[in-house]
Design a protein around this ligand. Structure first.
Ligand code: SF4
Ligand code: SF4
Length: 350
């Protein structure tokens, strides 16, 4: 007979650091999504509105689901805090995006977990994997699977492993033994709320995504609002500040998992990246989750990082996307990028 303990042990064997099982029910925390959406906090992430019904109960994702296996994989490597903060004009890239594209890596591991389960279980059963892009509120199920609690910064925090952790899982029709939920350990701490440069954490556990640097640098295709641009500082892709200040990440667990080791992208000069051709920029992001952002979106962010550098010597660089070689940087010639360049030049006093 396939036990919960055996499934969790196999998940660890396949490269996950933590695994738990939650009941496949409409858990109380799932009810917050409609109100959060109604407040406009999802911004342009229309897919969240469209998938709200599916997200209300995992049985809308897999009707026969009786259990939810949630797995966590630590992505934090020794390319730790501040690598991208080596001086004005170097880019910071969120830690989760520094390795291979987690969607692909984690989906493959989950498929192997399901295949192993089918080999262990005599009867047929339904299973559906979810990795971020699927219509599952994985954080809620993670809390009820004992993987961690949802912190005031909205990240799932494991008491010993911290929050630099991918979450994913499998909904199954098997009635596996469930784990106890993790209780909230944030207490009176407000470090994440106090440290957010854009005021995006509007209340404990409530993120206004439209103000969050992750949303601004990754989720929107158009112009980043003027008022928010200085707050981006040198964040070219995502932001880790509210996790870096968290006491549960003070001595973050590092992973040696080859999937998350990568050639250093974080800490590269924004001016040097700007002068690369589109082909070279494509090579820079190739294989990582950064490929989910268009090259124009990346150039928009680079222009803002350069504008925030305070280094007036970088202003002429903005006239040389692709090293100034004709047709080398088509992605720089969009209205959004050209406007960001104008903004950056003005900010640098050019
Ligand atoms: S990721 Fe950055 S901008 Fe977003 S809530 Fe956290 S600290 Fe604020
Ligand atoms: S910084 Fe403090 S309040 Fe924020 S998630 Fe961490 S423990 Fe909770």
């Amino acid at each position: 007979m396939l036990t919960s303990a055996a499934v969790k042990q196999q998940a660890l064997t396949l490269g996950f650091e933590v695994c738990g099982v939650a009941p496949a029910t409409a858990l109380p925390e799932l009810q917050f999504l409609p109100d959060w959406l109604a407040r406009g906090y999802a911004g342009d992430m229309i897919y969240l509105h469209k998938s709200a019904h599916a997200r209300a109960d995992i049985r809308n994702f897999l009707p026969s689901a009786r259990s939810v296996i949630v797995a966590g994989a630590i992505y934090n490597t020794d390319q730790g805090s501040g690598i991208g903060d080596q001086g004005a004009g170097t880019v910071q890239i969120a830690r989760y995006a520094r390795g291979q594209d987690y969607h692909l890596v984690l989906a493959e591991r989950l498929e192997r977990l399901v295949a192993w389960m089918r080999g262990q279980h005599a009867g047929a059963f339904d299973a559906a994997i979810f990795v971020d892009k699927h219509h599952v509120q994985e954080r809620v199920y993670a809390q009820h699977a004992g993987v961690g609690w949802i912190g005031k910064n909205s990240c799932v925090i494991h008491p010993a492993l911290g929050s630099f952790m991918f979450l994913c899982g499998v909904a199954v029709s098997l009635p596996l033994e469930v784990d106890a939920p993790v209780t909230d350990q944030c207490g009176a701490c407000t470090l994440c709320i106090d440290s957010c440069p854009t005021g995006a954490i509007v209340d404990a556990h409530v993120l206004d995504a439209t103000k969050c640097i992750s949303y601004l640098t990754i989720e929107i295709d158009g112009a980043i609002p003027d008022a928010q641009r200085p707050h981006l500082d040198n964040h070219a892709y995502g932001c880790d500040i509210c996790q870096e200040v968290c006491p549960f990440n003070l001595a973050p667990v590092l992973t040696a998992d080859p999937a998350w080791q990568a050639p250093p992208r974080d800490g590269t000069s924004a001016g040097e990246l700007w002068q690369r051709s589109d082909g070279e920029l494509h090579e820079f992001v190739k294989g990582s989750a950064m490929t989910h952002l268009s090259l124009s979106g990346l150039r928009r962010n680079l222009a803002i990082v350069i504008g925030n550098s305070g280094d007036a010597a970088l202003a002429p660089v903005l006239d040389r996307p692709g090293g100034g070689i004709k047709n080398a940087a088509h992605s720089a010639h969009t209205p959004v990028v050209e406007e960001a360049v104008s903004w950056a030049k003005r900010r640098l006093g050019a």
